[in-house]
Design a protein around this ligand. Structure first.
Ligand code: TYD
Ligand code: MG
Length: 459
């Protein structure tokens, strides 16, 4: 095969240059040129004028109604929590990207999944670029999978990986990880944006043309985004993220994009001595165990995918220096600044000279606005040095006008908390149930200041 030529393409305007330049010659943007592979024969370029002017053949089109809507062929891995985030199982020809911090359990989960799939009769291939075959075998032994029929390939060169896939025709391939794979066609180092993009594109194409399911493992940068270009997320069908605090045994796998299922669905696992085990009833795992209520803590009922989760929100408000800090872990920082402004303006509670820290316990990331009320109550509880009562929880979105807006599926949240023994709640008025829920005292509020008033009344 003739070696393909490398080319540098501007990621803003698409202009090209035969060598790398700091400034794009076409649009003048800085630092936008990325190494790409040029087509072998220039005349065959799919964007050349020829393809628009009659040399390409017109293709048949058909009305939408005439196309049969087929469901995707899926195979359940048997790991229930993983199947749940995937939307029922692994899809033929589907490409999944799975990201997460180092050491969180990506390789462990995928090895377990491949073993389970292989046992259902699907041929599988585990391509390891980070670890040697011996290291993978060692992990397999720890997982009790030493007799596993999963096929392993220790390789990082894309062309060899593609040739092996072609020869062995596995139904499911795991590439652990996409950052270690490199193509001969590019001179840039493995892990560079150009390499990651090119290799992922080739593997995606292979998946679509052969019907193999491909799972790409991706690293996460310190900022929490998948290392490599965002374009990776656009290329694949499903993007899953591993979340969780490496110090706690619980791990969440969240679908942030899924062409074959619902997004924001989560799978919950616990890391044990023998690998990841699904947690089928996870609602109470993100609560810390205080023997008596402590100031600065408020339990939130959040809805993740189809299941309600109870998460403890902690806040610490402490006198700060000349420029007080606002820090949040697991919650949005901009939203925290907004909530503090609402608290000041509408409830007259000022934190301007205080450091404010908030944290969602257990390494969960909460993005839904229904967490607002619990965050505010944790902050005011810390500020006053007064604990919220035992069995207390809250949820509800807070608007800039100080109004408390309803959260979706409030009844489910209330029932789940009641089931776990929680007894007092402050919730948005529109979420108050028509019929009383046994064991639950509900205070329905319309405004932030009302919520604070209720809490003050509780002690
Ligand atoms: P790993 O799957 O290698 O993480 P990643 O591929 O995301 O980098 O998981 C490594 C961690 O999991 C490591 O700290 C050891 C721990 N672990 C267990 O606790 N139990 C087990 O059975 C296995 C295999 C790993
Ligand atoms: Mg790994």
């Amino acid at each position: 095969m003739a070696k393909e030529k490398t080319l540098f393409t501007c990621s803003t305007c698409g202009g090209t240059s035969p060598r790398w330049l700091g400034k794009c010659p076409a649009c003048g943007a800085w630092n936008t040129l990325v190494e790409t592979v040029a087509e072998a024969e220039p005349g065959k370029n799919r964007y050349s004028a020829a393809s628009f002017t009659g040399l390409a053949q017109a293709q048949a089109v058909q009305p939408l109604a005439a196309i049969e809507a087929r469901d995707f062929a899926r195979t359940a891995s048997g790991l229930e929590e993983l199947d749940r985030v995937l939307g029922g199982g692994i899809v033929e020809g589907g490409v999944v990207l799975i990201g997460g911090d180092p050491g969180i359990g990506k390789s462990t989960l995928l090895l377990q999944a491949l073993d389970a799939l292989q046992r259902t009769g699907l041929p599988t291939l585990y391509v390891t670029g980070e670890e040697s075959g011996a290291q993978v075998a060692l992990r397999a032994r720890r997982l009790g999978l030493e007799h596993s029929p999963v096929q392993v390939l220790a390789e990082i060169q894309l062309e060899k990986i593609l040739a092996t896939m072609d020869a062995h025709q596995p139904a499911v391939v795991v590439i652990d990880s996409i950052q270690t794979v490199y193509s001969d066609q590019l001179s840039s180092a493995p892990g560079s944006v150009a390499q990651v993009r090119e290799c992922a594109a080739h593997l995606t194409r292979a998946a679509k043309s052969s019907g193999m399911a491909v799972v790409l493992v991706g690293h996460v940068t310190k900022e929490g985004a998948l290392a490599g270009p965002r374009v990776l997320e656009h290329m694949v069908d499903t993007v899953l993220y591993f979340e969780g605090d490496t110090h706690s045994p619980f791990r969440l796998v969240r679908a942030i994009k899924n062409r074959f299922g619902a997004v924001n669905e989560i799978g919950v696992f616990a890391m044990t001595e023998r690998g990841l085990k699904g947690v089928s009833n996870p609602s109470a795992i993100f609560l810390s165990q205080h023997s008596a209520p402590v100031p600065g803590s408020c339990v939130l009922v959040t809805l993740e995918g189809t299941r309600p989760l109870l998460v403890e929100i902690q806040a610490l408000v402490d006198s700060g220096g000349p420029s007080p800090r606002r820090l949040s872990v697991g919650l949005e920082r901009d939203r925290l600044a907004m909530l503090l402004a609402v608290l000041h303006r509408h409830a007259g509670v000022a934190c301007a000279d205080q450091d404010v820290f908030v944290n969602a316990v257990g390494g969960v990331r909460i993005s839904e606005p229904a967490s607002d009320l619990a965050v505010l109550l944790a902050i005011t509880s810390s500020l006053r040095g007064k604990a919220l009562p035992k069995g207390f929880f809250a949820f509800g979105e807070v608007g800039l006008a100080g109004e408390v807006r309803p959260a979706p599926r409030g009844q489910e949240r209330l029932r789940e908390a009641a089931k776990l023994g929680f007894s007092v709640a402050v919730v948005p008025k529109a979420n108050a149930p028509k019929k009383a829920i046994e064991g639950l005292t509900i205070h329905a509020v319309e405004r932030v200041e009302d919520a604070l008033e209720v809490v003050r009344g509780l002690g």
